[in-house]
Write a new protein. Structure first.
Length: 357
């Protein structure tokens, strides 16, 4: 049944290829993504967008397509083969749209598969961090002059600190007493850090920091690498929206520089890897520094701390709300995730202060 559905959806796009088989791709937790193998290359990546999570799927897909086309126009000096490996290429549907909508209301989009490429779930050395920094820094640099008003905000208030604190305070009012007691140390940290964690929000709202095209999911698995570990292409652009550079820099640092997994309960294992931070920052700024203002550069480290904090806050809020958002494996899973992120903040502060002395 699934294969027939995939084959039918695949054939609603302009590609002049013959379907052969499919494989499910495990990257990503929201959408369903499949590798479509055809009788001859190129192969394709067929994606069903989760319209329960994303309320404006046509806008989301147009974001992806428009940004890819914009970057391609900037890279016309590359050969056709280099261009295909450096930027996502989308096939148009036979109805003329960038997507196909099936009878059940599902939205599909189709991309050309980038062959001989690899991804990393975790950074294992500084070179990968450096190459990742170059990729994501290059993405922001190439879209530096794109008009962000043309983008759909696919997840409203995604990194809005006022909104996240409002959610937190609502959760405090209705949280069970036992959970409030267990979470008190984390709650105190949220209150203590409130002023510092609103600095970027205020700079954004005042216009002192430029609104840019941001990826908003800059974990290392959303970067494609060649077999010799050189950065190729930024992928999974579903969450491309207007934002500030600190969001993308900070989110990458949060996921790359934790020495432990996100829900590690032994906090002695949680530390901030400053070597990876410096490697990522080096690559990021090599591609982007000339496009950044002095105030953007000054607050890059705060971007890292802020994005770690916002995840600590979201995990804590969900814990106080009895785990209604994130999937959990045991009762205090979200609390452990929050403690993990707060420990990472502590380690980051310690490592950064040593570097500044």
């Amino acid at each position: 049944m699934l294969e027939e559905q995939l084959k039918y959806a695949f054939n609603q796009f302009e590609h002049a290829q013959i379907y052969k088989s499919f494989k499910e791709l495990a990257s990503g937790h929201i959408n369903d993504t499949y590798l479509i193998e055809t009788t001859k290359k190129p192969y394709f990546v067929l994606q069903r967008i989760n319209h329960g999570v994303f309320k404006d799927v046509p806008g989301l897909i147009e974001n992806k397509v428009n940004i890819s086309n914009y970057i391609k126009a900037k890279l016309q000096h590359l050969s056709a083969e280099e261009l295909e490996r450096s930027v996502l290429t989308f096939a148009r549907a036979k109805n003329g749209n960038s997507y196909y909508k099936d009878e059940d209301g599902n939205y599909w989009n189709l991309m050309f598969f980038i062959d001989d490429s690899i991804t990393f779930e975790k950074v294992m050395d500084a070179e990968i961090a450096y190459e990742g920094g170059k990729l994501f820094g290059g993405f922001i640099n190439l879209t530096n002059d794109f008009d962000t008003s043309l983008l759909t905000e696919v997840i409203p208030k995604f990194h809005d600190m006022n909104y996240r604190y409002s959610q937190f305070h609502s959760a405090l009012q209705s949280a069970p007493k036992e959970r409030l007691f267990k979470a008190q140390t984390c709650i105190d940290s949220v209150i203590d850090l409130k002023e510092e964690m609103h600095i970027l929000q205020k700079l954004k709202e005042s216009g002192e920091i430029k609104l840019r095209v941001t990826h908003n999911d800059t974990k290392i698995s959303n970067a494609l690498f060649s077999k010799d570990n050189k950065g190729l292409c930024v992928i999974d652009t579903d969450t491309v929206m207007p934002g500030i550079v600190h969001y993308d820099f900070g989110d990458a640092i949060r996921t790359i520089c934790n020495t432990a997994v996100e829900d590690e309960r032994d906090l002695s294992l949680v530390a901030f890897n400053f070597e990876y931070y410096e490697a990522y920052e080096k690559g990021f700024l090599e591609k982007l520094e000339s496009s950044l203002s002095q105030i953007e550069l000054l607050y890059l480290p705060l971007g890292a701390k802020t994005m770690i904090f916002i995840m600590a806050l979201r995990f804590l809020t969900d814990y106080l709300n009895n785990d209604i958002y994130y999937k959990t494996k045991y009762p205090d899973h979200n609390l452990d995730r929050s403690k993990n992120q707060f420990k990472l903040i502590q380690s980051f502060d310690e490592k950064l202060s040593k570097q500044l002395k």
